[in-house]
Design a protein around this ligand. Structure first.
Ligand code: SAH
Length: 211
């Protein structure tokens, strides 16, 4: 068994090889132990570049996707509040917590919400609020956000979430499009919402209501 230091440096080098450049994002991925978010039977694969099952038919995104989405919403000096839709196992939440001042993360499946709460409590993160709710509603109690990250794929851009973006706020989301999915970045500019097409991706669907 290779040492965890070796695995971690291989993990980070492979993210760099795939094009991740932001040092703060790379640092966050090097610091947060991905294995803590993965069920014991799959832990030896924690530093592979794969998406893995987390129960309730959901998956933890691949490390590259987590890094890429985080890099895209990263804007120096504009890292106040972030809203995550789809807490899942809480890994992306922990990464965001080391980069933003405040993180709100919403999960619709109660079992996953409770499990993520337990996992994240061991990290003693002071700036994370986890909510069991429907992400389509966003978090109107605390509009507006500097960034919104959606980690499940809706059929259309959720209007209520766009309305919760700050001026200069960024949103990253996968969207269903002609039978496949694409990752988009939206930015709330002075001249309206600017939309940029990033890449082909594969996410679980964003569903309405709580479960
Ligand atoms: N960021 C997560 C990814 C989990 S997969 C991680 O790192 O583990 C996407 C998650 O989005 C699933 O847990 C799914 O239950 C959740 N989800 C889907 N639709 C949702 C909605 N409307 N509101 C909140 N969460 C939702």
């Amino acid at each position: 068994m290779k040492s965890s230091k070796y695995l971690k440096s291989k993990f980070i080098n492979s993210l760099k090889d795939k094009g991740i450049k932001n040092e703060f994002v790379l640092d966050a991925l090097a610091t947060i132990p991905r294995e803590a978010f993965i069920e014991p039977a799959l832990r030896t694969r924690a530093y592979d570049q794969d998406a893995l099952p987390i129960g309730c038919s959901q998956t933890i995104s691949s490390p590259y996707i987590v890094a890429k989405m985080t890099e895209i919403i990263y804007e120096t000096d504009n890292m106040g509040s972030v809203l995550e839709i789809g807490t899942g196992c809480g890994y992306q939440t922990a990464i965001l917590s080391s980069l933003f001042d405040d993180v709100i993360s919403i999960e619709r499946i109660e079992t996953l919400h409770i499990r993520a709460k337990k996992t994240l409590s061991s990290f003693n993160l002071k700036n994370v609020t986890l909510i069991h709710g429907d992400g389509y509603e966003g978090y109107p109690q605390q509009s507006y956000f500097d960034a919104i990250i959606i980690t499940a794929a809706p059929d259309r851009i959720p209007d209520k979430l766009v309305a919760q973006l700050n001026q200069n706020g960024r949103m990253i989301l996968p969207l269903h499009h002609n039978g496949s999915q694409k990752l988009y970045r939206l930015k709330n500019t002075k001249n309206g919402i600017h939309k940029k097409d990033i890449d082909d991706v594969r996410f679980v669907p964003m569903l309405e209501g709580k479960a």
